[in-house]
Structure formats: structure tokens, C-alpha cells
Design a protein around this ligand. Sequence first.
Ligand code: SAH
Length: 351
Amino acid sequence: MKADLKGMSLAETEAWVEGQGLPVYRAKQMRQWLFKGLVTSFQEMTNISKDLRTQLEKKARINHLEQEKAQVSRDRTTKFLFKLEDGHFIETVLIPERGHFTLCISSQAGCAMGCRFCLTARQGLKRNLTASEIVDQVIHVKRSMSEPDRLTNIVFMGMGEPLANYDAVVRALGNLISEEAMNFSHRTVTLSTCGLVPQIRKLGKDIRVNLAVSLNASDDETRSFLMPVNRKYPLKSLMEALKEFPLLNRRMITFEYVLVGGINDRDEDARRVAALLKGMRAKINLIALNPHPDLDLAPPSAERVLRFQEILIEHHFTAMIRKSKGQDISAACGQLSGKHAGCLSPVAGCK
Ligand code: SAH
């Protein structure tokens, strides 16, 4: 098996390089090409001699994702569909914001969590992504952009549950935020979880990034109905782990709340959310359910969403209503299925 360099940390790359009888500085040199130069082959590493490039090629590989297609939404959100080597599909969504871009990346092909409102859940878990497949979504999209430096924010909110693929995700996070690698600020990288309690506790010890939690209900009965994971890790255990989660200076935990008509959108639900989060450094992102035909759930009215927000604000929380982007190309939250249907259009803002 050839070494998969994009999935390795600096220390691992250095050990590998030394194992090949090469000087240790070659590790940083190659990582510069991979993560800053965004190269896809050893032959592009032009400050390494031709002989050595050929030698490296025999021992190591530079994995890269195969783009099946890219679709652009009316609001310029771009959805990339990638075909993995074993034929599974994953999606990655590039979201234009004011002055910068956010990339929403996948951590698994499919998902095992079974949330009732989410389309990815319908296909079950196909497999975990490797660390290099996770990082390569970022590298691939950056390569396609005319101004790659404007991609400043990364969210693990695509397909899959990142904390169910813990080792690969933490390894990928390392290469995303490491200065000598992709150099994203840890303040602009956010991992979103459905609430796997032991892994939340471990994450707090292993790496510093922002944490978002898909809350979606404020009582165990409703949450277990919407999110089966709540049966294993009910709200009490989840909230305990979150209260102990180490936060950077002035940082907050983001709570995502998908509003589902008649299920979790009443005034009393909002008041219970406020009580549950009382005293925590928390901000709340409200999002009206993105409907899709296979779903037996409906979004609430716009007035309901506003009222829900108002109650949270009355309780002194920051509560934002998130507008869904990319709905027309099924690129919005919970709409990623890895299906390759639809039309192909040129990529927004890309070369
Ligand atoms: N597994 C992780 C990340 C993927 S889901 C997690 O659960 O956080 C990313 C976000 O999309 C979650 O907050 C989820 O609640 C939201 N989401 C899923 N399906 C949705 C839908 N149909 N409409 C709106 N948001 C949805």
C-alpha cells in the first residue's frame, strides 16, 4: 500500500520521510505543495529533483477526488458531487457569504444516525470517509475557485455525522487548521454533531474548533422522535457534556434548531429551549425545515419562525434565522443525498 500523504499529520509525514532514508525537511516541503500549492501530482513539486519525484511517486500517492459534476443555484451556491474510488458519492457545498465563502463538507458517505427530517439518513451509512477524502474536498474546491483565499470558513455540516468518524475527522481537522498545512483559523472551522456525548468530551481534549450541536427539540420525547440518537444520549447527558466543553475566549456553542411544523415549534418549545440553555454561552440558529417529497414533516409558517425567535431573544439569547441556500439544487441542510440527478451548469465564480 502506498502512503496516503494528505491523510497524514506533520509528525507522521516526518516519520515516513525518515523511513525512506530522506532528510526530515522533505516532509514540510511536500506538505507545502499539497496543502498550499494544492498540487495533484509529485511532478508539480518543482523544487524537488526529478529523480526524487519519481522515487516518491512509487512509494506514496496523492489522493484526489473525482468530480462528477457541479451545480450552481440561483443564489450562486455551488454543489459539488464527487465519486469516490469505490463508487460511492458524496456532496460538498460552497456557499457565498458577504465578502467570503463557506464550504460545507461531508465526513461520511451516507449516515447511520437516522434523523427523521434528513435526506442523507434515508440511504443509511455507506462508509466513513478517510482523512484525505475529507481534506481533499477543501483542496478540490479551492483549486476550482478564481480567488481561493476567499474561502475562509469550513463547516462539517454535509453528509454524515463527523463524530461517528472520529479519528479521520480529527486528523483532517489537524491538517485544516495547522499553520504549515491549510492554515484555516480554528475560529472559522465548525464541527456540527447530532450529539454523540463520549466523542464530544474527547473532542474538547483533542483539538480546538467551534462546536455546533443539532438540538432540534427541548424535551426527550420530541427529540427522540426526530433524532433516534437521543435515546442513547438523552438531553441531560448531552447538556452536561456541553457545559463542560472547553470554549475559546468569548466563543459560544452554536445550537442548530430545525423548526418542524406542529412538532417542535410552539411557544412552549421556545421557552423550554431558553430554560435548557440558561447560563450557557450559546447562540441559536433557527432553520425552517427544508421539505422534500419523501418526508412526512412540514415546515412551520414564517410567522411561527419569527415568534420562536422573538421568545428566545426575550430570554436574552442570540437567535438567528438561517435562510436556506441552494434549495433549488437540493444543496440545503438535510437535502444532500449524493444522487446525481439534475443539470450540469458552469461553476459560479470559478475558473
Ligand atoms: N450530523 C451532523 C451534521 C450534518 S446535519 C449534525 O447532525 O449536526 C447538518 C445540519 O442540517 C443539522 O443541524 C441538521 O439538523 C440540519 N438538517 C438536517 N435535515 C434538515 C432539513 N430537512 N431541513 C433543515 N435542516 C436540516
